[in-house]
Design a protein around this ligand. Structure first.
Ligand code: GDP
Length: 432
């Protein structure tokens, strides 16, 4: 579930970013040419040091627009790292000494909340590191000497990187995704929960964390590959659930369950269709930044065409999330085998993480198909977050990008990457 922290290697062209990344990953990738800007294939790679996992991004390929000046290009690269990374390695070249581009990057990185490590590359003779001291002028602390090509100093650099990684809570890593089934009273939540849990209801109390989390039980797909903790949104674990004050407490319980969930399924009554409180719940799920699927219950009571009707209403009324819709009968058990695949699909969308170059290329293609208003240029795009996916576009005049254009990008991403039911966040920032 939770992703490892992200480490970005930034630096002026040709300082050896790709060589360092390859050295850390202990493999040779594409041949690194001496020409600036020749390594374009950038993605997140998983690395490991001293028992800690992290993702490594080499920002060297971030050169979408050749007409951009060198300085604009390197500061843009730094800015992306500032947005994305937990730790930033600013790589410089001992042979050139501090350059204007290095200083421009250092200026950008000053705004980073992430830890910044200054590394001086191409110090192939560690005995003579007098060149290293020149880089104190960048104001980024002690310069660490490395030779990416010869592998000198890289282990020490990794020690420093790992020491700056944010702590991950151990239970976070093993955590099962949480599924909440929400809906107004009498829509069939307890009937569905009981049916999904079946015989496993008996062992609920043995599941770790049940007491604090109000977990009703664990559900598993037929082949065992998908496992979820089902949150108790119906009060099935309580003996006197219909006792006084139900609506207040059930509203609280719903709010809490949505917040704790990764995936929320909104249960809707097939007979009554979509009502105002359903829309409120969908909004609540969206505001909490969670994912939402619509499950139409009581299909046994309605004619076959009813699901299609409700689908159309959902499409018309839930235009922000555009959630997927399935129909079931909790009472008869019809089609409830579609619940776990629906949750899996939403969870995949929720945790989507695209390689940097893929986002940039995708948005470039969108711009090619339908350009923003005249004079407005989208210089670069990147994914800045996941769960839910968040994207950042850098534009020369961000204020001149209309809401409709942001929606165009959002919906195109949703169509391409199956982000239905997920609140996709898109921000636009100045590239200057
Ligand atoms: P909750 O308040 O959302 O937990 O709803 P309940 O699970 O208590 O269900 C309310 C009523 O609807 C009960 O009488 C259920 O038997 C009935 N019900 C639930 N699911 C179905 C279904 O798929 N078909 C039919 N016909 N009735 C259902």
């Amino acid at each position: 579930m939770s992703r490892p922290p992200l480490v970005a290697v930034v630096g002026a062209p040709n300082v050896g970013k790709s060589s360092l990344v390859n050295r850390i990953l202990r493999r040779r990738r594409a041949v690194v040419s001496e020409q600036p800007g020749t390594t374009r294939d950038r993605t997140y790679d998983r690395a490991e040091w001293a028992g800690r996992d992290f993702d490594l991004v080499d920002t060297g390929g971030m050169e979408p627009n050749a007409r951009m000046g060198l300085e604009a290009l390197v500061t843009l690269q730094a800015r992306v790292a500032v947005e994305e990374a937990d730790v930033i390695v600013h790589l410089v070249d001992a042979r050139t000494g501090p350059t204007d581009a290095d200083a421009a990057i250092a200026r950008e990185l000053r705004r980073a909340s992430a830890g910044v490590i200054l590394a001086v590359n191409k110090l192939d003779n560690p005995a003579d590191d007098s060149d290293r001291h020149l880089f104190h002028a960048l104001g980024e602390g002690e310069p660490h000497a490395v030779s990416a090509v010869h592998g000198i100093g890289v282990g020490d650099l990794l020690d420093v990187i790992v020491s700056l990684l944010p702590e991950v809570e151990p239970e976070e890593e093993a955590r099962l995704p949480r599924l909440a089934i929400v809906g107004r009273p009498n829509v069939g939540k307890s009937t569905l929960l009981n049916r999904l849990l079946g015989a496993e209801r008996a062992v609920v109390s043995e599941i770790a964390g049940t007491t604090t989390d109000a977990v009703a039980g664990e559900i598993t797909s037929e082949d065992g590959s998908e496992r979820y903790l089902l949150l108790d949104t119906a009060g099935v674990g309580r003996s006197s659930r219909k006792a006084g004050g139900v609506s207040y407490y059930s509203a609280l319980r719903t709010e809490e369950a949505v917040r704790r969930s990764d995936v929320s399924l909104l249960l809707v009554d097939a007979v009554e269709g979509l009502v105002a409180s359903d829309l409120r719940l969908a909004r609540q799920i969206e505001d909490a930044g969670r994912t939402c699927g619509v499950v139409v219950n009581k299909s046994d009571l309605v004619p076959a065409g009813r699901l299609r009707e409700i689908e159309n209403i959902v499409a018309a009324r839930m235009t922000d999330l555009r959630p997927p819709v399935i129909g079931i009968s909790a009472l008869t058990g019809a089609d409830i085998e579609h619940i776990i695949p629906l949750a899996a699909r939403l969870l995949r969308a929720y945790g989507l993480r695209l390689p940097t170059h893929e986002v940039a290329e995708f948005v470039n293609r969108l711009v090619g198909r339908s350009a923003p208003p005249k004079g407005v240029k989208i210089r670069y795009s990147t994914q800045t977050g996941t769960e839910p996916p968040a994207f950042l576009l850098f534009a020369n005049r961000p204020k001149d990008i209309p809401e409709s254009y942001r929606r165009y990008v959002e919906n195109s991403l949703r169509d391409r990457y199956d982000l239905y039911g997920v609140s996709v966040r898109i921000r636009v920032k100045s590239s200057r």
